[in-house]
Design a protein around this ligand. Sequence first.
Ligand SMILES: *Cc1c(COP(=O)(O)O)cnc(C)c1O
Length: 704
Amino acid sequence: MSNGSNRSLSERLHTLAFNLWWTWNPQAQEIFRELSPLTWERSIHSAVEVLRQISPQELAARLNDPDFKERVCSVLGEFELYMQEEKTWASQHVPHLKGPVAYFSAEFGLHESLPIYSGGLGVLSGDHTKSASDLGLPFIGISLFYSHGYFQQHIGPDGWQQEHYPAYRPEHLPLEVVKTPEGAPLLNSVEIGHSTVHFRAWRVRVGRATIYLLDTNLPENDHHYQGLTAYVYGGNIDTRVGQEIVLGIGGVRLLRSLGIHPSVYHMNEGHSAFLTLELLREELRSGKDLVQAKKSVASRCVFTTHTPVPAGHDRFSSELLLYALGTFWSGLGLSHEELLRYGRVNPEDQGELFSMTVLALRMSRAANGVSELHGCISREMWADLFPRMRIQEVPIGHITNGVHTPSWATLKAHDFWNRRLGFDWTEKLLDRAYWSKIEEDGLATDEELWALRYVLRRDLVEFVRCRLREQYTHLETDATFFADHALSPDALTICFARRFAAYKRAPLVFQDLDRLIPLINDAKRPVQFIFAGKAHPRDNEGKGFIQRIHEITRHPQLIGKVIFLENHDMNLARHLIAGADVWLNTPRRPLEASGTSGQKVVIHGGLNLSIMDGWWREAYNGFNGWAIGGDASEPDPEVQDRKDFENLFRTLTEEVIPEFYTRNEQGIPERWIRRIRNAMRVLIPVYNTERMVAEYVKRYSSPT
Ligand SMILES: *Cc1c(COP(=O)(O)O)cnc(C)c1O
């Protein structure tokens, strides 16, 4: 083997490390992990960091191992084939798309090693991007580079959440600075108040898609603005409006400076809605009058709303908005009043705050909620914006969220399905007939499915024990003992992990502790709970919920049986969704617009136990999991909480626990396995982002 061929192999490997394609291809991850297991762990699974830490000599030597080299070549071959593929879903279904889709989102959850997301909204954006790539859709994401990311969570001895913000250096991340043809960093700027704020952009490659992250951390800027993009949803309301100007207006300017003219601007939530004002500016400058200009902007914009309560939407006072956008707006020759009207439900109401959602709705040709129920709620919520229409006619539809299944399937799940379905199962996510095989005999026996559940539950238990050793050191004297005896690989394992927003009601299941303790401690039919999640730094109610659960984990009868794991991120999420027998979801209806975490468990044989809200309200069929309560809502939240707890408790004691522990002679819970098969058949081919992105594409390409 010549050095020359090794060098080029090494170059190809570097190209792969900078393309997040590896995040949904476990064989690729294995290669980076194998190169340096410790760096891989410490960098939270960063391929770029592994290659940074390995010398060229070592890499060359390792690649001279024929077995390793063969696997590297095979992965690189697959990657390069994927990148060059011309016959894609998009080439067949939307060959006429004139320019790429530009997808704007305040956060992208692509991988744990790139912590620029806070929760479900970001993970959805990341999964959307990956599926756009898989489908071959020309696609560009726009977001911000948060150099301090979202916080690292630590729970103090009193159970109160503490936040730490490590600084992330771009050179340790899969980022490349965007340069001018002359090779200097490409700079653009926006006006905020009376200042000009410069920004650069970082390129992230996600398969065939690209994301640009805007970053104001430049010496050219006032000190104050250097940190504008440092924290995910950081700072105060001034920071928020500034970040949103960079995202929306700056995002469009970046695209122009790269010569990119998207056919569609997709606003994922209202944070980016200022982009419509920049498009409006362009149209006015080209000589159109205001009516034509607005029409032209709306013909290119679509909007996805995620928030079913008015208070959850970004709103700014007139003073703040006019201060922040004043200079920008003056350039347009329109009155300030004109600007304010775009953000008000009732344009004449001078007391109304400026709503980013209203701006987005007014300036888009199509809008949607993220589940059937959320579509309904959104039409009611925004009916006043469309005064001459009946509620059913309000032009807000719905596209139910999904997940990027290949990213969420763990290595063991990939192996399991590769062996039974063939390696191309990840390309069959839109094929419902294909997945019906799982309910037929022969593909995977009950024994094999039950063994898979055991493998994944055991993995989770051991992962939790390792985590608890670190977590307990500052809490308990006999930390190691407690950590090593936490949880049982035989017990029914119920998990809850997501942001600790109050409406998600994490502690609901503990409402009547006296009735729950005997359930958990039943020697023949034990139940164990694992919780994880971050509360927003300013959300004291959410932090109170963490504290409550932390207190329960220390109850003498519950130690080692109810666990709270610190620092929820995509890595922790992946362990939990794989190991959970039951995924618990207890939002206060109808506040969970969709929810996606429950969709991630299905490929691993997990079952959902959820309030009839968001995606579950349309996915539940009576057998593919369990519903908590029905469609009715109580006006008094306390009454609702009590009813939901009673329903949850009843379903647990009458259905979930007995079914898990009713075993045949082989020790297998037959009815449970039948539920798993049904869930897999009906949920996998629907609640994925390929189906979701394909639906968006129909919306993008439909005439105005
Ligand atoms: C999937 C995911 C979520 C979304 O959870 P919901 O139940 O939909 O709120 C949040 N955080 C992380 C890290 C996730 O992976």
